[in-house]
Design a protein around this ligand. Structure first.
Ligand code: HEM
Length: 233
């Protein structure tokens, strides 16, 4: 095989006419190796048999021509450095990387921001286990059932003193943002528990509600329990 390639290479490097005749260039098959190469399919890779890399830049490349012979007609290939000056080295002095942390001991800029890595502030907002059949869907079903959850025939104008009269578990009214609701039917459905909700019975609960869970859509949840509107005495 090696001798075959040697003969093939020598035939390639010999000076030949610009338009070579494939028949003339055909390799001479060495009969010595004919047995070894009987099964070999020729016509694939024709380069050197060792592992040396090919010449780079290519022997006929414009880059090589430009560097060895500057007076050549071929265009000179500029290096990256010649085409464009390197960017200035960035200064770190004016930069703040990541989230600034109060102390170096907190783990650097990839540490969780201090506002979110603390445990919850208090156990104030703990959910309670609701009795079976008293989940949010059960409450939605009760509202839809058409059952009277108001306890009044018409919407009322409620003064603070009227509100104060309805502060027992079986008859609890509370005002939120100017609207008065009968909260008694909702007590067993309240995820925060009856006790918490009873804290606002008979009075304006807007502030406590907002400080506990302002995101809860109270108007929608208690629409079927609307008594009326809070008015001055
Ligand atoms: C009638 C008005 C109210 C309605 C409709 C209501 C509704 C809800 C709802 C839907 C939740 C679950 C919230 C969630 O999963 O994110 C909840 C939880 C809770 N509510 Fe209320 N609530 C009311 C009034 C109040 C009031 C006045 C207090 C405080 C005195 C209170 C204290 C709590 C607590 C402690 C929780 C459990 C903790 C939590 O979910 O984060 N709620 N309430």
């Amino acid at each position: 095989m090696a001798s075959y390639l040697r003969s093939w290479l020598s035939s390639q490097t010999q000076p030949s006419s610009p338009v070579s005749n494939p028949a003339e260039d055909a390799p001479v098959i060495n009969t010595e190796d004919a047995d070894d190469d009987a099964d070999t399919v020729h016509g694939g890779y024709d380069g050197p048999s060792d592992d040396s890399p090919p010449a780079f830049p290519s022997l006929i490349s414009a880059q090589r021509a430009g560097s060895s012979n500057p007076s050549s007609d071929l265009p000179r290939v500029l290096t990256d450095a010649q085409l464009m000056p390197p960017p200035p080295v960035p200064s770190r002095s004016g930069r703040t990387l990541g989230v600034p942390t109060p102390s170096a001991a907190s783990g650097g800029s990839l540490a969780v921001p201090p506002s979110t890595n603390k445990p919850p502030a208090s156990a104030k907002r703990l959910k309670v286990a609701l009795a079976p059949g008293h989940g949010p869907l059960d409450w939605a079903n009760l509202k839809r059932s058409g059952q009277d959850l108001r306890g009044v025939d018409t919407l009322l104008r409620v003064t603070p003193s009227m509100l104060k009269e309805h502060r027992t578990r079986d008859d609890a009214w509370s005002a939120f943002s100017g609207k008065v609701y009968n909260i008694t039917p909702y007590l067993p459905y309240h995820p925060g528990g009856e006790k918490e909700l009873m804290r606002v019975a008979g009075r304006d609960g807007s502030k406590l509600f907002a400080s506990t869970h302002a995101w809860v859509n109270l108007d929608y949840m208690l629409d079927a329990c609307l008594i009326g509107f809070l008015v001055p005495e």
